[in-house]
Ligand binder design. Structure first.
Ligand code: C2E
Ligand code: MG
Ligand code: MG
Ligand code: MG
Length: 292
């Protein structure tokens, strides 16, 4: 380290920042091995129809079971995978694995669920991605309309023109797109007109303040209104309280996800939750159907 020039810069480095940078570096090298070593797993978070409390879909969420560090969350390692160019491989693995899982649930006679997978900007724009989608659909026989691709608003901003092409191809295949973390991306709303975009996911940061925070109330109502007038389906994220559920139901939001209904679950627990008339299977506290 050249001491003379770097001395000023070093003053701004805290020991914590240093440790964080070292952790990122180590994770980066370990991430390259993680796929080969089978360290990734998928958890599936149910999505419920607000009116009935019925589970209508699941979202696949990646988990990294690190041999020494325990669980590393996607909010930490997905950005690293993106910067290393590993995200395409990871997203393809998620897509293939989740579709296979859905096929197994179908074979086990679970009610037909919709499956959502999260896709990073770096995967979405790439031609391999569409091929991966067609392949996954073909090899599992899953109808395209049961698959949903979740893309964050900020990812769309970075993509520019590639987005439109990828969106068009997806739409041709019959696969819909959800705008994830809607309202957090500082992007224009033009993409809401794209035919492939059929779902809006209201970000948890707005749901958290419901129903007490007037700003969150106003923003949420506006988002539902935009969605409704464009014919889009709304899904609220991060619902943790009955009061949030009640508010969103009354506001006209169609679907919800959150710890109130269920945390992300391993596949066998999804099966237990949904299997018809299980013998003493554990039921989670799903919101009871509302009377009209
Ligand atoms: P996301 O797609 O917006 O997923 C929602 C996140 O909120 C998940 O965190 C979920 O566990 C969490 N969550 C759900 N309900 C609640 C709730 O009621 N309260 C709170 N506090 N949190 C809740 P997770 O699994 O850590 O994923 C974080 C993000 O990582 C995801 O945000 C998504 O952007 C990304 N991600 C996850 N899996 C994948 C993947 O396979 N590929 C890519 N590219 N990104 C992924
Ligand atoms: Mg998502
Ligand atoms: Mg989200
Ligand atoms: Mg998110």
């Amino acid at each position: 380290v050249a001491k003379t020039e770097e001395r000023n810069a070093l003053r701004f480095y805290t020991p914590k920042m240093h440790a964080d940078a070292r952790r990122r570096l180590k994770l980066a090298s370990e991430l390259r091995q993680a796929l080969l070593r089978n360290e990734f797993q998928l958890a599936y978070q149910p999505s419920i129809e607000m009116k009935s409390g019925r589970i209508v879909a699941v979202e696949a969420l990646i988990r990294w079971r690190h041999p020494e560090r325990g669980n590393v969350g996607p909010d930490e390692f997905i950005p690293i995978a993106e910067s290393l160019g590993l995200i395409r491989q990871i997203d393809q693995w998620v897509l293939a694995t989740a579709c296979r899982q859905l096929m197994q649930w179908d074979e086990a006679r679970l009610p037909p669920l919709r499956l959502a997978v999260n896709v990073s900007a770096g995967s979405f724009g790439h031609p391999d991605f569409l091929q991966g989608i067609s392949q996954a659909l073909e090899s599992t026989g899953i109808p395209p309309k049961r698959l949903l691709v979740e893309l964050t608003e900020s990812a769309i901003l970075r993509l520019g023109e590639d987005t439109q092409r990828a969106m068009q191809s997806l739409h041709k295949l019959g696969v819909a797109v959800a705008i994830d973390d809607f309202g957090t991306g500082y992007s224009s709303l033009a993409y809401l007109k794209l035919p492939a975009v059929e779902y809006l996911k209201i970000d948890r940061s707005f749901v958290t303040g419901l129903p007490g925070n007037p700003n969150d109330v106003a923003i949420t109502e506006a988002m539902v209104a935009i969605a409704r007038s464009l014919g889009l389906h709304t899904i609220a994220e991060g619902i943790e309280t009955e009061a949030q559920h009640e508010f969103l139901l009354r506001a006209g939001c169609q679907e919800g996800q959150g710890f109130l209904y269920s945390r992300p679950l391993p596949p066998d627990e999804v099966a237990r939750l949904l299997a018809p008339k299980t013998t003493g299977g554990k039921r989670l506290s799903l919101v009871p159907p509302k009377r009209a």
